[in-house]
Design a protein around this ligand. Structure first.
Ligand code: ADP
Ligand code: ZN
Length: 207
């Protein structure tokens, strides 16, 4: 498919894992606003400094900061896969003005499953690889298969923050489902299925 693609869905629905594979196999530029923000925080940039306080609380970074950040990275690109963006109606409307999307995949997942999955998620801070103690187990010593460094739990994957992130999703991001459905762009895929099955269904929906 051509044009830009949006992956929509609650945290823990599997957007990151799916986005990495889709972008490799279909030639999209993978743009994860969460990854970009974490890199900005790690490098101690001004944007990172501003974003960190929101991220640590599980709240959304203000729309203007996100839109400026996305806009500069999308300039000149033909096929971008947006992962974790847009997250509010204002972001979706802003995106329409500089980079209209041609398809939106909505990964649906119930609240209890979101909380269960995020609590068992682990990441490699070196290469960004994602693991899950329930579904995509790392090796026994909980080190990254690629870099061998010890896997960690993200600060915002701690239980109190997870519940907050889900509530923010319901309030701010769930309305995007109707927004894109009304534009005839939405495809819904059940994210509770095994990862390979989810991937195949998304591939079929995009072909
Ligand atoms: P997840 O999808 O697992 O919740 P992300 O890695 O996408 O996590 O995002 C982590 C945090 O970064 C969010 O909780 C939020 O604070 C911030 N963030 C990421 N993308 C956006 C966005 N599009 N708008 C506002 N804040 C964002
Ligand atoms: Zn790694």
């Amino acid at each position: 498919m051509s044009g830009h693609l949006v992956l929509l869905g609650p945290p823990g629905a599997g957007k990151g894992t799916l986005a990495k594979r889709l972008s490799q196999e279909l030639g999209f530029l993978h743009l994860s606003t969460g990854d970009v923000l974490r890199a900005e925080v790690a490098q101690g940039t001004e944007l990172g400094r501003q974003a960190k306080e929101y991220m640590d609380r599980g709240e959304l970074v203000p729309d203007e900061l996100i839109l400026a950040m996305v806009r500069s990275r999308v300039a000149g690109e033909k096929k971008v896969l947006f992962d974790g963006f847009p997250r509010t109606l204002a972001q979706a409307r802003g995106l329409e003005e500089f980079a209209p999307v041609s398809r939106v995949v909505f990964l649906s997942l119930a609240r209890e499953e979101v909380i269960r999955r995020l609590s068992s998620r682990r990441v490699c801070l070196q290469c960004g690889a994602l693991y899950n103690l329930l579904t995509q187990r790392p090796r026994e010593d909980e080190r990254c298969d690629h870099c061998g460094v010890k896997l960690v739990q993200r600060d915002d994957d701690k239980p109190e923050v997870i519940a907050r992130r889900y509530d923010v999703y319901e309030r701010e991001s769930a309305p995007l489902v109707d927004f894109y459905r009304a534009r005839g762009l939405l495809v819904e895929v059940d994210a509770s299925l095994p990862p390979e099955e989810v991937y195949q269904r998304v591939r079929r929906a995009l072909s």
